[in-house]
Ligand binder design. Structure first.
Ligand code: ADP
Ligand code: ASP
Ligand code: MG
Length: 488
């Protein structure tokens, strides 16, 4: 749509308090010197968790807990208003909007408590309140610095299907509405500050895109507005070789491909919502991940090709809160349709299957789901296999929630021999048992299922096995080693 348009998303930590919000406003303000900016915001750090807690407390009828949580929300946003806004009229206006949103949340919680039932639709309405506050706060901070800025509700610009809690965007409709709502603001040099995480159905019912969904909001809007680039401002220097909370020696990757970023996000790297790259990869819009606390650092660029590296492996990721489900028994050898029945049952339960593995003897099929989906999936499986279980053709359907997936990721793993061997021997030397393995034919990743309690050890072992830590090899200088690996 525009010459030199940047979509900039700020995560929860980057909007943690008034000082962070001011820093975010400075980043946006600086970027407007070079072109147009649309800002997308998450809720202030911790706010969405508290809103979800309030929603669940109200389903249990615990309105005392709800008032404690809403009082805290009001207080932290009020503190931010007082810190950020000097103009008295603006303060009064913002405080009134804050009151109104808190009031809406309170009524939704009261209704939920009355019925003792939290519907997905109500949960969406309650959990999205944080973005509605933070968009107003960032817009005010920008106005405070003398810029034109307007908070925009994403319900007006992002059109989705009606899947509460995991809505999918409808791109043509979003393109139309986003252009109609945002182009006039940009034309008059006003900076739109759009609520992340939120969308609405064609007929205007609020939906959310899933936890961490503001990243996805940014790329949906970037694609819809034909942005030149998208910048995701967060609390680390970019995409690192592994989560620095697990391995402090993790290094920042200079450039990675859409595929690599998508694999990392899919297998648990919290840095990006798993669907973030979908809207932009076809159009080839670059996505940057940068540190809002160190804006002078250039961060990681995500592009179609990524940085070519000689090494096969670029990064390691881990996913917990997942459950392994196994359908097994001697009888299933050669029993036609078992796989189809298994995955139809999972689909009927509305479950997203994260990883599949089948033993070569055909004695069991195992797959991994989000732990939150496990009970529903098991119930569907037991119903689908009721007869087979009764006739002992299927002997067991078992569940193991104490597992984690660790994935080794890199575009150039394809055709690099020995990666699986190195992975297995690195773990074998440490006496670590691998429960299941999966490798897609794309060869961008090799995924291992291990006991959850070993997750940190496995991640550290593999990070060091593939030389991803901050250490020069014996044969190459630090610079050439890092250049080859595409890290800083
Ligand atoms: P935001 O609030 O900005 O959306 P998140 O907490 O959702 O931030 O994501 C940033 C966090 O992702 C980092 O603090 C880091 O711990 C975690 N993370 C996990 N894997 C990686 C990785 N490979 N590179 C960088 N950060 C990662
Ligand atoms: N605030 C939402 C969450 O906590 C969305 C996001 O942070 O991206 O999940
Ligand atoms: Mg996030």
């Amino acid at each position: 749509m525009n010459d030199n348009l940047q979509v900039m998303k700020f995560g929860g930590t980057s909007l943690g308090d008034a000082e962070c919000i001011r820093r975010a406003a400075d980043i946006v303000a600086r970027a407007t010197r070079d072109g147009l900016v649309v800002a997308v915001v998450s809720a202030m750090g911790g706010v969405t968790n508290r809103l979800i807690q309030a929603a669940h407390a109200s389903a249990l009828g615990d309105l005392d807990a709800v008032s404690g949580l809403t009082a805290k929300l009001r207080q932290e946003h009020q503190a931010a208003i007082e810190n950020l806004v000097s103009n008295a009229d603006q303060r009064v206006q913002l405080a009134a909007e804050l009151d109104q949103i808190v009031e809406e949340v309170t009524s939704l919680c009261r209704g939920t408590a009355l019925l003792r039932e939290l519907t997905p639709r109500t949960l969406d309405a309650i959990s999205s309140a944080g973005e509605r506050f933070s968009a107003r706060l960032l817009a005010s901070a920008l106005r405070e610095s003398g810029f034109n800025a307007e908070a925009v509700e994403a319900t007006e610009v992002i059109v989705t299907d009606n899947h509460s809690g995991r809505a999918e965007p409808m791109i043509p409709e979003t393109r139309e509405r986003a252009t109609a709502r945002l182009a006039p603001l940009l034309a008059k040099r006003s900076i739109p500050v759009v609520t992340g995480f939120i969308g609405a159905t064609v007929d205007g019912r609020l939906t959310t895109l899933g936890r961490g969904g503001s990243d996805y909001s940014a790329t949906i809007l970037g694609a819809a507005l034909d942005a030149n680039e998208i910048i995701i401002w967060t609390d680390v220097d970019g995409v690192l070789t592994v989560d620095p909370k697990l391995v402090p020696e993790a290094r920042t990757l200079r450039e990675i491909s859409y595929n690599e970023a998508a694999e990392l996000a899919y297998f648990g790297a919290k840095i990006l919502h798993p669907k973030t790259l979908r809207p932009v990869s076809e159009a080839g819009i670059p996505v940057w991940i940068r540190n809002s606390f160190s804006p002078e650092r250039s961060g990681t660029k995500i592009t179609a090709t990524g940085h070519p590296t000689r090494r096969g492996v670029k990064a390691i990721t881990a996913m917990t809160n997942v459950t392994l489900i196994t359908v097994g028994g001697r009888g299933i050898v050669g029993l036609p349709g078992v796989a189809a029945k298994t995955f139809t049952a999972a689909a009927n339960a509305g479950t997203n299957v994260l990883l599949i593995s089948q033993s070569s003897s055909g004695n069991d099929i195992c797959f991994i789901v989000d732990s939150g989906d496990s009970a529903r999936t098991i119930a569907e499986l037991r119903a689908a296999f009721a007869l087979d279980l009764a006739h002992k053709e299927v002997e067991h359907i078992t569940v193991n929630p104490d597992i984690a997936i660790v994935a080794v990721v890199g575009d150039r793993m394809r055709g690099t021999p020995g990666i699986a061997g190195r992975t297995f021997s690195a773990l074998g030397h440490r006496g670590i048992n691998i429960i299941a393995i999966a490798q897609g034919s794309s060869e961008y990743n090799l995924s291992l299922v291990i006991e959850a309690r070993l997750m940190r050890d496995v991640v550290q072992a593999l990070h060091s096995e593939f030389g991803l830590e901050r250490r020069a090899s014996r044969f190459e200088s630090v610079e050439s080693e890092r250049a080859l690996a595409g890290v800083y």
